[in-house]
Write a protein that binds this ligand. Structure first.
Ligand code: PMP
Length: 365
C-alpha cells in the first residue's frame, strides 16, 4: 500500500490522525454520547411509510433547499417560547459536523482563523484544518468554566474569523452562561458559533443561546438530532441564525447534499418529537445518579449539563480506562490527564458502569 508520505497530500494534513472514538467490542459502550433508547414503535412504523413514499421519487434529485424539513426544524426550535425561529433562519446538513464544516468553508478558510475554548469538541480544530483555517486554542479556568473577561480579551487580541463556544461543552459537560456568550459576541467581529449538540440535556434554568439570536446577525446556534433525539444514524444536524448566514452557506453547500431519504426520515422523526424526547429525562436521571455516586467511590466529576459525565481524578486515566474495559465497560479517554468521560445511558448501563468502577476506583485514584 502507498504510504501517505508518498502522496502529494496537503502539508498541513501530514502526520495527522483521523478523528474517531475506538469502536471496540464491549458489552457496555458508553463512549460516544449516543442515546441508548430504541426508537418508539409508532415512529418506526411511520418511518417505514415515509421512506417508502420518498423512494417513489428517488429518480429525482431531492429538494435542494430542504424547505419542508427546515419548516419542521424551525417549529421545533420555536417550542421553547420567546422569539419564534423562522424557516429561513434554519439550515440543515448531514450531521452537525457538516453544518460546522459549511460554516468554516464560508467564514473561515485560507488566511483566516478560528478560536475555540479547549478542552472542547475535538472536531472543531479538525474541521478547521480540513478547510485550511488556522486554529487558536482559547483558555478556560482550571474548573473548565470560561472566564468571560479573559475570553473576551483573548478574542479581541486574536481577532479570529470564527469563534466556537460549545454549550454544554464536550467533554466536560460545562454549560456556558448567556452573559458570557453575549460578551464574546461583542468581542468578535467574526461569526460566533454556539455548538448546542447537547442542549436538550441541560439542567433546568440553563437557557439556549437561541434567545440571543434577535439583533445578532453574526451568531449561529448549531444543533443535532444525534443526541437527545436518539438518531445518530440518521446524520441530521442543523443551525439557526440570521437568514443572511443561511444565504452565505448556499455558496459552499454541495447541491442536493441532503438526500430525499434523509429529509423524509428527519421529518417523520420530528413528527414524533415528544415521544423521542421522552427519553431525555431518563438519561438525565442516570447522569445525575452517576454524579451522586462518584464521591462514595472517592472520585469526583465536573458539573454536567449534558448526557455524559467527566469523572476522575485518576493517577493514570488510561490504566483506569483499560481496567473498566476489562470489565466490559467502554468509556472515553479524551486525553485529559486524570479524567475519563462516560455517557449516561440506561439504568442497566449505569449499574454496570458503577459496579465496574467500584471494583477499579480504589486501585487507580
Ligand atoms: N458537536 C458536538 C459538541 C459533539 O459532541 C458532536 C458529536 N460527538 C457533534 C457536534 C457532531 O454530531 P453530529 O455530526 O452527529 O450531529
Amino acid at each position: 500500500m502507498t504510504s501517505l508520505d508518498e502522496l502529494p497530500l496537503r502539508p498541513e494534513l501530514r502526520g495527522r490522525s483521523p478523528y474517531g472514538a475506538p469502536q471496540l467490542p464491549a458489552k457496555y459502550r458508553l463512549n460516544t454520547n449516543e442515546n441508548p433508547h430504541p426508537l418508539p414503535p409508532e415512529l418506526l412504523a411511520d418511518l417505514g411509510a415515509a421512506l417508502q413514499r420518498a423512494a417513489l421519487d428517488l429518480n429525482r434529485y431531492p429538494d435542494r433547499d430542504a424547505l419542508a424539513l427546515r419548516g419542521d426544524l424551525a417549529a421545533y426550535l420555536s417550542r421553547g417560547g420567546g422569539e419564534p425561529v423562522a424557516p429561513e433562519q434554519v439550515w440543515a446538513a448531514n450531521g452537525s459536523n457538516e453544518v460546522l464544516q459549511q460554516i468554516l468553508q464560508a467564514f473561515g478558510g485560507a488566511g483566516r482563523s478560528a478560536l475555540g475554548f479547549t478542552p472542547s469538541y475535538s472536531m472543531h480544530p479538525i474541521i478547521a484544518a480540513g478547510t485550511g483555517t488556522a486554529w487558536v486554542d482559547g483558555h478556560r479556568r482550571a474548573d473548565f468554566t470560561i472566564d468571560p473577561a479573559a475570553a473576551a480579551a483573548q478574542v479581541r487580541e486574536v481577532a479570529p474569523d470564527v469563534v466556537f463556544v460549545t454549550s454544554p461543552n464536550n467533554p466536560t459537560g460545562t454549560a456556558v452562561a448567556l452573559d458570557t456568550i453575549a460578551t464574546l459576541y461583542e468581542a468578535t467581529t467574526g461569526v460566533l458559533v454556539v455548538d448546542e449538540a447537547y442542549e436538550e440535556f441541560a439542567r433546568t434554568g440553563t437557557p439556549s443561546a437561541l434567545t440571543l439570536l434577535p439583533g445578532r446577525p453574526r451568531l449561529i446556534v448549531s444543533r443535532t438530532m444525534s443526541k437527545a433525539f436518539g438518531m445518530a444514524g440518521l446524520r441530521l444536524g442543523y443551525l439557526a441564525a440570521d437568514p443572511g448566514v443561511v444565504d452565505a452557506l448556499q455558496l459552499v453547500r454541495l447541491p442536493y447534499h441532503l438526500s430525499s431519504l434523509t429529509q423524509a426520515a428527519a421529518r417523520a422523526a420530528l413528527a414524533h418529537t415528544d415521544a423521542l424526547l421522552a427519553t431525555v429525562d431518563a438519561v438525565k436521571a442516570q447522569r445525575d445518579r452517576i454524579v451522586a455516586a462518584l464521591p462514595g467511590l472517592g472520585l469526583t466529576s465536573v458539573p454536567s449539563d449534558a448526557n455524559f459525565v467527566l469523572f476522575g481524578r485518576f493517577a493514570d486515566a488510561p490504566a483506569a480506562w483499560r481496567a473498566l474495559l476489562d470489565r466490559g465497560v467502554l468509556v472515553r479517554d479524551v486525553g485529559l490527564p486524570g479524567w475519563l468521560r462516560v455517557t449516561a445511558g440506561t439504568a442497566e448501563e449505569t449499574d454496570a458502569f458503577l459496579t465496574a468502577l467500584g471494583e477499579v476506583a480504589a486501585d487507580h485514584r
